[in-house]
Design a protein around this ligand. Structure first.
Ligand SMILES: [Zn+2]
Ligand SMILES: [Zn+2]
Length: 426
């Protein structure tokens, strides 16, 4: 609808959308598969609140990141507290890990979540202000590269379970406390003479957060990336060994990957491995993540190396629709419940309840009175059987079971209705 003719009805907010019944089966499939895949790899579900102290994200995600700097929804309470609608899941999971002493559980602690995140992005294709994410996190007392591989694996298997094929993992290592400062210095030195040619964000960040210059999408900044020093040349021995092991695991799983020297994943807490997952023909990443070895300690917990990833569920749904992927398996058609006359209608609701309790999947047309209308709806639904409950049946306490294919009918006492249906279904 163009603006000029737009009626004055209430509209959903920019970047926030309704998920209508016609799309719900896709969401349900994603959530079911998430539960199965998480279960297989032993991730346990965690749910954290939508609201957190804003400081949680400022301290972890980082003051200089787009998410914190520009995109958080902040709520100021009358007492002067600053709260934020969570823009991402990882800081909340880390907070919960410390708050509830999960470090005392057998390590690693593998957690997964699913829910809404909020970011005041410029609304555009693929960027929502209320977005849905599913995430996996592995927190441990060691930075074993096998956990990086398992996190990537869980993401890929979830995406593939939705019949999305040809995945490619863009992967990089951004080093640790030991080696990253050297690399930062090299980047700063490289970009210093270029500062005037960079976009506004980059020229400001070229000193505080020079890694972010590598993932700037502004066209003006692109030509300078090519000559920029790359992190892999600056990795310390530990990080180099770690990254090599991650790649070996990924290769052994047959997952395809691309080394991406510009991938830095703009969040402050990342260390070592960072990655994003793409599928053929779609420009935006479906998911991404990385290692965050210092995050728990940044929040006051004890040193607990960790790795995690989040998938954008709205993007998954978009991909499924764009690629016209059919996720509908065979749907078991329901048995049609057809009523005629007032007495039958009055008795119908409780009768249908009895069927539900007995595990019979029935659909009623109680809002329609005409027999023809009801039969045609039953045909449209592909119901194998119809139960016909008329005035006479209601008085005599029985019901007609009609085979919709052959048209053959049988009258059975209401008491034996379940047995009758089961016999016909065979
Ligand atoms: Zn290092
Ligand atoms: Zn830039």
């Amino acid at each position: 609808m163009s603006k000029s003719v737009k009626k004055n009805y209430p509209q959903s907010l920019k970047g926030m959308h309704d998920i209508l019944p016609s799309d719900q089966y896709i969401w349900e499939k994603i959530r079911n598969n998430l539960k199965d895949i998480a279960g297989f790899y032993n991730f346990l579900r965690i749910d954290t609140p939508l609201l957190e102290e804003a400081a949680l994200f400022e301290r972890t995600t980082g003051q200089d990141t787009d998410i914190v700097e520009k995109q958080m929804y902040i709520i100021k309470t009358s007492k002067g507290d600053r709260l934020a609608l969570r823009p991402e899941g990882t800081p909340s999971v880390a907070r919960a890990y410390i708050q509830h002493g999960l470090s005392h559980l057998a390590q690693p602690v593998k957690l997964y979540y699913e829910g809404s995140m909020f970011r005041r992005e410029q609304p555009q294709a693929g960027r929502l202000r209320q977005l849905h994410q599913a995430g996996f996190e592995i927190i441990s007392n060691a930075d074993d590269p096998v956990y990086d591989a398992q996190t990537i694996l869980a993401c890929c298997r979830l995406i593939e379970s939705l019949k999305i094929k040809n995945l490619n993992i863009h992967i990089n290592s951004i080093g640790c406390k030991v080696c990253r400062p050297n690399y930062r210095r090299k980047l700063i030195d490289y970009y210093k003479p270029l500062a005037k040619s960079l976009c506004k964000d980059c020229s400001r960040r070229s000193v505080n957060n020079p890694l972010r210059l590598l993932d700037c999408k502004t066209p003006a900044c692109q030509p300078f990336k090519e000559g920029a020093p790359i992190m892999l040349d600056s990795l310390c021995a530990n990080c180099g060994k770690h990254f090599k092991a991650v790649l070996e695991y990924i290769e052994s799983l047959g997952l395809s990957y691309t080394l991406d020297h510009y991938l830095v994943r703009g969040l402050d807490y990342y260390t070592k491995t960072v990655f994003e997952i793409f599928t053929e023909g779609i420009d935006l990443a479906i998911g991404g993540g990385g290692r965050y070895d210092y995050l728990i300690a940044m929040l006051g917990g004890r040193h607990s190396p960790a790795v995690g990833a989040a998938l954008g569920l709205d993007r998954l749904v978009d991909v499924i629709k764009t690629k016209e992927i059919n996720l509908l398996g065979k749907i078991k058609p329901k048995i049609a419940f057809i009523h005629m006359g007032d007495l039958a209608k009055r008795k119908s609701l409780s009768l249908i309840e009895e069927l539900r309790v007995s595990g019979i999947d029935a659909v009623d047309f109680l809002g329609k009175d005409s027999l023809n209308a009801q039969l045609s709806l039953a045909n449209k639904l592909g119901s194998p059987l119809a139960l016909i409950f008329g005035q006479k049946e209601a008085l005599e306490e029985d019901i007609i079971i009609r085979d919709m294919k052959t048209g053959s009918q049988e009258t059975v006492p209401l008491k034996r209705i379940v047995k009758g249906i089961r016999r016909k279904m065979k």
